[in-house]
Design a protein around this ligand. Structure first.
Ligand code: NAP
Length: 262
């Protein structure tokens, strides 16, 4: 299927690895030029070089912390130099697991900064350019924890719920002007983040890594973890010309783990 977005410019935050990388690759395959971001320059440059070689698109890299005001400004400036962002993929690292009793103001502030305020502020800064063009796509990577809370990820449950509320209203304010905003809620996908969470589960329960993974897979009707590639394909579709009537949705990619009739 031709996604109809060849030649557009996308900012893909936190994209040297994992789900962000999956989105960057799928957009590049559709002919989209990229501003890619992560904090570690070496990994980011390596991923960007592979994408340039494979898909022949322009890829700028900004090695910065996207949760800092200066980081957001650098990323926006890079996209402005490429004609302005047509597509924004919001993403950042997730908060650490723990117990409700572990978290005070400092931990909450960090989670709110990374998983609520960063995507809200970056979207607020990018939206005017999209509205001027009369076309834009914003896809935000949140978490299945928005719909089905995960106890040990209370920081994620809380911060992302606040973000989701903001987006629900804003997406409906801009849809009539050609800007389409949706969220993707990942369940368990095979990335470094999940390896870290499986390692934490292994250490907490005194089981092996294989046992920790088997326990988690048993909760997923699909019987496996998702892949960054299939996640990226969904993201690219939501950024496509065909997604213009999908507004303010929270698309759950979890292999059926959330048990519900609709
Ligand atoms: P990952 O494999 O650990 O990759 C994270 C990527 O983000 C890396 O490229 C990392 O590079 C970059 N990054 C992290 N913090 C950053 C920051 N402050 N500024 C810029 N770049 C940053 O993680 P993932 O599994 O793809 O997860 C992506 C998001 O989805 C996270 O918020 C996670 O909580 C959420 N999620 C994931 C799953 C899953 O199953 N994988 C499930 C639910 C929710 P650097 O470290 O070099 O910056």
């Amino acid at each position: 299927m031709d996604l109809g977005i060849k030649g557009k410019t996308a900012i893909v935050c936190a994209s040297s690895k994992g789900l962000g990388r999956g989105c960057a690759e799928a957009l590049a395959e559709a002919g989209v030029n990229l501003v890619m971001n992560a904090r570690t320059k070496s990994t980011l440059d390596e991923t960007a070089a592979k994408i340039r070689d494979q898909y022949g698109v322009t890829v700028e890299t900004i090695a910065t912390d996207i949760t800092a005001d200066s980081g957001r400004a650098e990323v926006k400036a890079a996209a402005d130099a490429m004609g302005g962002a047509d597509i924004l993929v919001n993403n950042a690292g997730g908060p650490p697991p723990g117990m409700w009793s572990d978290w005070g103001r400092e931990e909450w502030q960090a989670a709110i900064d990374a998983n609520m305020l960063t995507p809200i502020l970056l979207t607020t800064e990018i939206l005017p350019g999209m509205l001027e063009k009369g076309w834009g796509r914003v896809v935000s990577i949140t978490s299945a924890s928005v719909r089905t809370p995960i106890g040990v990820l209370g920081l994620s449950n809380g911060a992302r719920a606040g973000f989701t509320g903001f987006f629900a209203g804003t997406s409906r304010q801009v849809a009539g002007k050609g800007v389409i905003m949706n969220n993707i809620l990942p369940g368990i996908h095979q990335t470094d983040r999940i390896t870290q969470l499986d390692t934490a589960a292994m250490n907490a329960s005194g089981i092996t890594m294989d046992e920790a993974r088997a326990q988690r897979m048993a909760t997923i009707p699909a019987g496996r973890y998702g892949t960054p590639e299939e996640f990226g394909a969904t993201c690219a579709f939501l950024c496509s010309q065909h997604a213009g009537f999908i507004v303010g949705q929270n698309i759950l990619l979890d292999g059926g783990a959330f048990n519900s009739s609709f």
